[in-house]
Ligand binder design. Sequence first.
Ligand SMILES: [Zn+2]
Ligand SMILES: [Zn+2]
Length: 138
Amino acid sequence: MSAHIHAEQPALTKNQSLVYDALTRSKAPLSAYAILDGVREHGIRAPLQVYRALDKLLEMGLVHRLESLNSFVACSNSECEARETIVFAICEKCSKVSELADDRLEAQLNALASADHFSVHAATVELRGFCKQCRPTG
Ligand SMILES: [Zn+2]
Ligand SMILES: [Zn+2]
């Protein structure tokens, strides 16, 4: 009997799990250099080691890259690997990032693209604004 694949985390190398842990501990997205600062005491000293670990984690879907911030976040949606569209809501005040998904949005993006005979491989939508806690009241 085979285990449920999605419930299991792929085996990570030492560097990969150090980088992944740094991202899961952080409440805000981290740049590669901020990650390096966090893992330096564990023996990772070269930016290249961080970039290599990040590449693999991105490939495995455990980590996402936020283009607009040039930073990385740990995936917070166990079902997102089944999706090609991911939406991030990024708070500009507290830097909190929520990972969202919506089937209708994905269908609409696909429809928009196919009207131009474009086949979508992946889409990342980054929303900038204020989270519930930071939203100005009134
Ligand atoms: Zn995700
Ligand atoms: Zn906020």
